[in-house]
Design a protein around this ligand. Sequence first.
Ligand code: PFF
Length: 437
Amino acid sequence: MKERWGKLGFVLASIGSAVGLGNIWRFPYIVGENGGGSFVLAYLITILIFGIPVMLLEIGAGKHFRGSILTVFKNIKEKIKWLAILPLVTGFVILGYYLVVTGWSLAYFVFYLFRNFIQFSAFSSSKLPLFFFTVSLIATAVVVKAGIKKGIEKFCRYTVPFLFILIIILLAKALTLPNAIEGIKFYMKPDFVRFISPKTWIFACGQALFSLSAGYGILMTYGSYISKKEDIYRSTGLIAAADTLIALLGALLIFSIVFSFGADPDQGPALAFITLPKIFEVMSYGWLFGIAFFMLLFFAAITSSVSMFELIVRNLNDELKISRTRSTIFSTLGLFAIGSLVVFSIFSLESLDFIFGTLFISLSAAVTCIIVGWFWKPEFLMREVEKQEKLDYRHLTVKGIFNFIIDFIKYSLMIYLVKFVIPVILIVLFFAELFGI
Ligand code: PFF
């Protein structure tokens, strides 16, 4: 029998996967580029309508088939199992560039620790990004190689609570900066024209799925290790709430600093690595703030990298029967190749992030919904999520009728969302963005 998570292991590891660069680095700059408050509102809606159903679907299917995405697709319909290549390749490429940014965070943490600061332009043209990327890659591989309980769960038990403490300390300082209120205003200000633009919604969907680690098999993999007793609704709610909270706090943190020093929030990926360090230089105790900020970024990133790495290793292990050790070594080599291409700017990080981290993520989620929704019965999925074999409404009591109504709404909502609404909208948004509509 495969390993199982210990108490709270699944929730902690999944929060570790969800909370990452996506919350503290990517979410603020996407909010900055897409108009502030209106994007935040669209984002919260997509978390509820897209994110949570896809999470339930992945966890339920992973638990039912006790396997990752290839195993799930294969068991649902052998002929279409190759479609799992899309989410797997998406995850693999994302991990390749994600580890490069993880390496930047580690490097900046070390620079602040030794108070020996290097400008981003000098840093990125040196050998240092390759070095720190390699260290992050090896650290991730070591945790995954150690397995579910002794590796991932143990690691997340310490790092995840620490992330929450760090962000609260940082926010306490940031919110007391002069003019921080301007950042909060930008963040809350709705802009109706932006709100109805398809671009806002494609980025919101991509970001919601990216941030929750939903739609490309990670939660299926983690879900395959949960015990029979796990309350999937509660765990999903906790994971989504923790992830959304950290994203909202992360953006609040960044905008209060950026506006307090009169910088521009609309600077893309450079926001955290170019703008913030400039501010830390002139801020009182900026170096201490820098240490804590980049430590936060690094730990958040590494717990997410671990989950993507586990996705790859588990599939190699289950479907190609390659041992965990060998799968870890092969994946490390492949990731080293992709990451190096990004480090040497042969692949542009921003384009990869857009193609894989926004477009392909949405497509993968759509494919997963279609396969589970159309080729497997969503009713089975709901049974898995509900932890019960068959719903029993034979007793016509008030409670029985009430339960029937609630279940009916839950079932139909989830089934319609998974079978029709989510895939259709994701595919429409995908083509809208692809053809620049
Ligand atoms: N959810 C992580 C974050 O928000 O940073 C990122 C992530 C993890 C993206 C795993 C993709 C993934 F496969």
